[in-house]
Design a protein around this ligand. Structure first.
Ligand SMILES: [Zn+2]
Ligand SMILES: [Zn+2]
Length: 412
């Protein structure tokens, strides 16, 4: 399908049409064929992909060359480099331009952005991390609660709120009363092929007239989820980390959540150290409200023991401390606003892989990002907050060229 759009109907090795081509069509065609024969020897991609790549490379050379002479010169340099770098497109420049950003990304190696620096120092790594901190206005746009005075959204006083799963309006005081909540556990997705929206949980289309359209799963209670400061803080006050001093550290963080009588609450918290990949904190947490749905399918939490597991307040007193989350910490996560909201933490230094590495209008899921960047499959069954925290952290390392496993970190 993709090949067809690149190559036109006749497919194969036809050069792309250009208004001002620097060389005759027959010459360009010969060059595409030549590129293809070289790529076949040095690049492990499929025949179809290499045909597409040959056409793209030729058209880039043609685009960047103003005369037949410069076309031939640039082409000879490209051919030399393809042989020299054994098809590693990361190292190749055409007329001084790196291929990254010019050539369809699917032809470039997975670790395209930067090469790993094996002997990077801690200070150099910190510099890289500082360069990708998300600016606070971007955080606010992505529903992070940054300043308790910046978020004065209206507060619903009627008592009727929409269920987060089935959208039925219900009275919050009736939340524990038995009813029927029919919903789809997974968010609908637009399939590329036929513009239809499909629920991945059951494969039903959102335009279906059948009764199943309402939901493939049934529960006994409606649920709700607060997202703004005024609402969230009626349940638990926020903790601003600016009051806790400490040394600069870098922590990846992930929570699992459940629906309770008080909304959407944290039931597990994992914190991982960026430099050592060591799990510093990983505990099941008692929610404050009565449990409605542990979301076990996603949370991986099967049971919470009120006599054994830590309470919310105990967790906060163990993690917002100078040795762990302090005002100088850099916190890493994927869609971290959800985690910080259930933790009721306000923090400034954030690296969010969902903001940094999503393309287009919708955020890429951590599952897809992890597969694309790390070739690692996660979330095959129930989610695991340690697996997720480590995946977000490793995606970032890979993107920045920081080794994923590194034992000895030295200050420069
Ligand atoms: Zn469904
Ligand atoms: Zn409902």
């Amino acid at each position: 399908m993709v090949e067809e759009t690149i190559l036109g109907k006749s497919g194969g090795l036809r050069p792309l049409d250009m208004v001002n081509q620097p060389a005759m069509y027959t010459e360009r065609y010969k060059m595409v064929k030549k590129l293809f024969s070289i790529l076949k020897k040095v690049n492990p991609n499929t025949k179809q992909a290499l045909e597409g790549l040959s056409v793209q490379l030729e058209s880039l050379v043609a685009k960047l060359s103003r005369s037949g002479q410069s076309y031939r010169f640039n082409m000879s340099v490209l051919i030399r480099d393809l042989l020299k770098f054994k098809g590693d497109l990361l190292d190749i420049k055409i007329a001084g331009k790196l291929l990254y950003g010019e050539i369809d990304e699917k032809f470039l190696p997975k670790s395209k952005v930067v090469k790993e620096v094996i002997n990077i120092t801690k200070d150099e790594a910190l510099k890289l991390l500082n360069s990708v901190l998300v600016p606070s206005e971007v955080l606010v746009k992505n529903n992070y609660i940054m300043d308790i005075y910046s978020d004065k959204k209206e507060f619903n006083v009627t008592g009727y709120i929409p269920c987060s799963r089935c959208n039925t309006k219900f009275q919050k005081k009736d939340i524990m009363r038995k009813t029927i909540c029919k919903y789809h556990p997974l968010k609908k997705q637009r399939s590329d092929k036929d513009r239809e929206e499909i629920y991945p949980c059951c494969g039903k289309s959102s335009s279906s007239t059948c009764e199943l359209r309402l939901g493939c799963k049934t529960s006994d209670n409606h649920v709700f989820r607060y997202t703004n400061y005024n609402e969230l803080s009626t349940i638990t006050e926020f903790n601003h980390t600016k009051y806790v001093d400490g040394e600069k550290n870098v922590l990846a963080l992930d929570c699992e959540m459940a629906f309770t009588s008080l909304g959407y609450e944290m039931i597990r918290l994992t914190i991982v150290d960026f430099f050592t990949s060591q799990i510093l904190f990983d505990e099941i947490v008692q929610p404050i409200g009565d449990i409605i749905d542990l979301n076990t399918q996603f949370s991986g939490v099967h049971e919470i023991d009120r006599s054994k597991h830590l309470t919310y307040n105990e967790v906060i007193s163990k993690v917002i401390i100078k040795e762990l989350i302090n005002k100088n910490s850099i916190l890493i996560g994927h869609g971290l606003e959800n985690d910080l909201n259930v933790l009721r933490i306000i923090h400034d230094n954030i690296i969010d892989t969902a903001i940094l590495y999503s393309k287009g209008r919708y955020k890429t899921s951590l599952k897809n990002l992890s597969f694309e960047v790390l070739n690692r499959t996660i979330q095959t069954g129930e989610h695991d907050s340690s697996e997720d925290a480590i995946a977000a952290m490793d995606v970032l390392k890979k993107k920045l060229g920081i080794p994923i496993v590194k034992k000895n970190w030295e200050r420069s």
